[in-house]
Write a protein that binds this ligand. Sequence first.
Ligand code: NG1
Length: 392
Amino acid sequence: MMYIDRFTQIFKRTFNREPAYIARAPGRVNMLGEHVDYNDGLVLPAAIDRAVYIAFAPAETRHSSILAVNMNQRVAFTPTTISTRSQIDSTPLPDWARYPAGVMWSLSESGLKVCAMNAVFASDVPIGAGLSSSAAVEMAFTVAWQTLGRWTLPPMRLALLAQKAENEYVGVKSGIMDQFASACGVEGKLLLLDCRSLAWKTLALPASVSIVIADTSVRRKLTSGEYNQRRAACEEAVRLLRRDLPSIRSLRDVSVEDFNRLEKNLPREIGRRARHAVEEIARMRHAEWSLEAGDIRVFGGLMNECHASLRDLYEVSCPELDAMARIAQGLEGCYGARLTGAGFGGCTVNAVEKNLAQEFSSTLAKKYKAETGLTPQIYISHPSNGAGLLRR
Ligand code: NG1
């Protein structure tokens, strides 16, 4: 509510009129299935109660004018200027503006009507923390342009258009998980997505369990290079494993048994990376059964195994994430703790007994600070609905 009032005021001050609409697009947390969206695997994210908010209206000009409240920066661009990544005054687009410009580009490429828009947006999704702040920005603009263009597509289709913006305009080869979760979130539910078929369904944690997100306050460095290297290692493993398993298309098609037999044919580092992906996809099958059976202990154990695998095999953790997960795993009421998102900094996600969640959070913060000297941000989070209009 606070956002709506604040935005309406900022919009009025900036554009001398009321916004026509306000939309919201959430960030996401991933409970399990890490670094497998680009291996055709299964993932288990939830949209969270931290989001991007956007107030917008059609513009009377030919260009779109966008104010980023967090950056206190305003840009103006048209479909023509964004093809050279610049604004109407020929200055380059700042980094953050590549997300809205990328969405405009992706929608236009798909032949959708993209109107000139005045917009003000802000986010309370921490940046670079593994909670998909960029997907939230993309989804907010996708919803805004859909509204002004008066076309309607299913949420999964909107997610794919936003992913195209990220992959082809921004230039990050991310999988579909983040945009999917921001587009398709369901209040109170986890989302089980098959990244190959794009079929999905909801699953729930038991009502007595809370999701606690613990931000190490370490921001990731050099991620896109490391991220793309991990992707490349998985692709190389598929290429080498095809000598024995000619029909495989991705690591999704390799069973743990076949991998155990064939790992010796892979260079050691490629073998470690691929083992994480193959075992993580298998863990996701167990996770589905355990949640359907309401067995949070088994599910929590899988979260802990996932953290160890990301740390030791995939090597995308860092000392602060390891400390946060290790301390949490030793606290009362914690069923499972692991790093979430790409890694190299950012957040852990924890499944915690609801009536112990407050105490868990304050003890975790204290112990983490004592061990690392850093002050973490810890929130009890609740799965939220996906991107959409807040009011007309
Ligand atoms: P985050 O941590 O939100 O950047 C990244 C990818 C996802 C997925 C996870 C690892 C981007 C934008 N997103 O998420 O598609 O591969 O890492 O599971 O790079």
